[in-house]
Ligand binder design. Structure first.
Ligand code: PBE
Length: 268
């Protein structure tokens, strides 16, 4: 069959990202759910996944990657998610803001801003798109802030400025996180905070906040992607709820020109 040819052309390889990412756990579950015994999930990084994807597109070759939204790859390329009838990758998700216990007492103004912080996938993609164009993350984030003063002031209105208080935000290496964290760091710095952004592995974002080593994270993908990480620290953190609602998604992503529509089609 056609999909069998694809499988051989792809060496039965699904191109993943960093091993600690939640989506890699979903992808392993997916391989069990669909009995894809012959397939391998190749771990790499977001950057390596993107270059494999772009190389395949260049040559109109088949490729299957672990992909997610919001992400600029859907703006720059004609891509589709494969249907996932077993819901191995879950359904549409929210992205939550989490803070450490005691953060509100120590930094009430920052707490209020983070509690108010709420935006859309379209907003995040505006920053991501510029990152992809080679714009520095802080410049891209500042451009978004300048164009969305009304949104930003709805988070900061009535909140007092502070004088250099230090805040540490932990984040993952994905461009999704880089875009949002650069933006919120600039907003908090404009309010007088001294913000430190620390890049860590996905599970360490959660433990850092639970043990008080870090103050906040704004990239908690729930209820599915980070479920295991979240459950382990749930009682030791404060969840400020979604900063983006129902617009985050993940799954297997392929170029539009591929003649398959469902993960089940990889099985043949
Ligand atoms: N992601 C992007 C991350 C969360 C944000 C979907 C690649 C993951 O843990 O899988």
């Amino acid at each position: 069959s056609g999909s069998m040819d694809y499988a051989e052309e792809m060496d039965y390889e699904i191109v993943g990202i960093d091993p600690g990412a939640g989506i890699m756990g979903n992808a392993e579950q997916m391989m069990e759910d669909y009995d894809l015994d012959e397939w391998n999930l190749q771990s790499s990084s977001e950057a390596a996944m993107i270059s494999s994807l772009e190389e395949a597109i260049e040559n109109e070759e088949p490729i299957v990657v672990t992909g997610w939204s919001p992400h600029w790859k859907f703006i720059s390329h004609d891509l589709k998610y494969l249907d996932d009838p077993e819901l191995s990758f879950g359904e549409a998700e929210d992205i939550h803001t989490l803070v450490r216990e005691g953060f509100q007492d120590d930094f009430p103004e920052a707490y209020e801003i983070l509690d108010n912080f709420h935006w859309t996938a379209g907003d995040m993609e505006e920053i991501m798109y510029e990152l992809n164009e080679g714009v520095d993350e802080f410049e891209a984030a500042q451009n978004w802030i300048d164009e969305n003063e009304d949104v930003v002031s709805s988070w900061t209105e009535g909140v007092d400025e502070v004088d250099g208080d230090p805040i540490e935000i932990v984040h993952g290496q994905w461009e999704t996180d880089l875009s949002s964290v650069s933006m919120i760091a600039l907003v908090l710095e404009d309010m007088g905070y001294d913000v430190d952004m620390t890049l860590v592995e996905a599970n360490h974002m959660y433990t850092a906040i639970a043990n008080g080593d870090a103050d906040a994270m704004i990239g908690s993908w729930l209820p599915g992607t980070h479920e295991l990480y979240y459950e382990q620290v749930e009682d030791d953190i404060e969840d400020l709820g979604p900063n983006m609602e129902g617009e985050a998604a993940l799954g297997l992503v392929v170029p539009e020109y591929m003649d398959i529509d469902s993960i089940e089609d990889l099985k043949d």
